[in-house]
Design a binder for this molecule. Structure first.
Ligand SMILES: CC(C)(COP(=O)(O)OP(=O)(O)OC[C@H]1O[C@@H](n2cnc3c(N)ncnc32)[C@H](O)[C@@H]1OP(=O)(O)O)[C@@H](O)C(=O)NCCC(=O)NCCS
Length: 337
């Protein structure tokens, strides 16, 4: 049976750097609070009036991934696109990438699993590759958060965390021994759907009716992201290690042999907590949230792309990617590079 290997990766972030001090100019916050609670020093924002859309960010990341893999857009058989900030409510972004890259009329699937979106997308690609249906799949995670963040004191605990960016990988079928995705696990707990959510637009509000009804305007709570931070934190630090341990148990691999753990960049404190619980050394964990904030579906492919650029992943290395987020959803991909 074919195995799935990652043959190319790319990432792209907007040029505009927004520091913690920049945020302190528009809301009641400060650099010390943000660094201490989240580890974030700066993030990138396209900004509310940007003409660049989520799909535009992806084009640059995808071109880098294709070049890296040594293939062209015509070699891609399928696209999987994970985002919570699509260009349109519908259709999804996958079709926009099919057009912008000039791919043939291949299938394009959108994944709506927020911070776990890339893990869900990569696991889906792996299933298509192992079943022999596709040979080269472009897997994307991208976000344009800044268009929808409330940059006022009212939403400060949410808005300081998130940043914009895009990452892409080419997943290809391979017969090479000792390489490829070994195991994946995916989980969800919809009971907590509203603990980290954007509630509007959604059918429960009667979308168009509410927008048109001047007497019953939608509220800020409905249109901006809502997050029960403490609650999310507690679940994240339980689910992350659980999912990693599940991957190792299923694979028969030993965690001591893990070369690099690439957690979804949710919050540096969460990553450090998980690192301690798993007994990992500093050099076994990749963190870049300091520079980009939490880029949701984009965080793991951006981190992976940078880790490879920095030479921290070599052929045959055991790497584990794990995410947790809104839904709640969580999961892992364990692979030999
Ligand atoms: C959001 C998060 C950083 C908040 O940290 P916390 O330690 O839980 O802080 P709290 O929400 O309890 O707030 C503590 C105080 O800081 C204040 N505060 C919140 N945001 C602030 C900000 N940006 N700047 C300054 N003060 C802030 C609160 O108002 C509160 O003040 P009070 O004590 O006077 O009421 C933390 O809960 C977290 O990281 N949660 C997980 C979030 C996450 O990872 N989400 C993505 C999942 S994929």
């Amino acid at each position: 049976m074919k195995k799935s290997i990652i043959t190319g990766m790319g990432h792209f972030v907007p040029q505009r750097v927004v520091t913690n001090d920049d945020l302190a100019k528009v809301m009641d916050t400060n650099d010390e609070w943000i660094r201490e609670r989240t580890g974030i020093e700066e993030r990138r924002h396209l900004g509310k009036n940007s003409e660049t859309n989520t799909s535009d960010l992806v084009v640059k990341a995808a071109e880098m991934a294709l070049k890296n893999a040594g293939i062209s857009a015509s070699d891609i058989d399928f696209i999987i696109f994970a985002t919570l900030s699509p260009d349109y409510f519908f259709p999804g972004c996958g079709v926009l990438i099919q057009k912008k890259l000039g791919c043939d009329t291949i299938g394009a699937l959108d994944v709506r699993n927020q911070c776990s979106g890339f893990i869900y997308a990569l696991s889906t690609a792996d299933a298509f590759i192992r079943s022999g249906i596709y040979r080269n799949i472009l897997v994307i995670g991208a976000e344009n958060h800044s268009f929808g963040l409330d940059l006022t004191t009212r939403s400060r605990s949410v808005s300081v965390i998130f940043g914009d960016g895009a990452g892409a990988v080419v997943v290809s079928a391979s017969d090479e021994q000792g390489r490829g995705i070994i195991t994946t696990n995916l989980h969800s707990e919809g009971e907590y759907a509203e603990n980290l959510a954007v509630l509007f637009p959604g059918t429960q509000y009667g979308w168009a009716d509410v927008l048109l009804d001047e007497d019953n305007p939608i509220t800020a709570d409905e249109i901006y992201p809502h997050m029960d931070g403490n609650f999310v934190f507690k679940h994240a630090v339980t689910r992350f290690p659980e999912s990693v341990k599940e991957a190792f148990e299923k694979s028969g691999e030993r965690i001591e042999n893990l070369k690099l753990f690439i957690p979804h960049q949710a919050n540096l404190r969460i990553s450090q907590f998980v690192q301690r619980q798993l007994g990992l050394r500093d050099e076994q964990v990749f963190n870049n949230i300091q520079k980009y904030g939490n880029t949701t579906a984009a965080s793991i492919p951006i981190a992976l792309s940078e880790a490879v650029q920095q030479g921290r992943v070599q052929k045959g290395d055991l790497i584990c990617m794990t995410a947790f987020g809104s839904g709640f959803t969580w999961g892992s991909v364990l692979m030999r590079w």
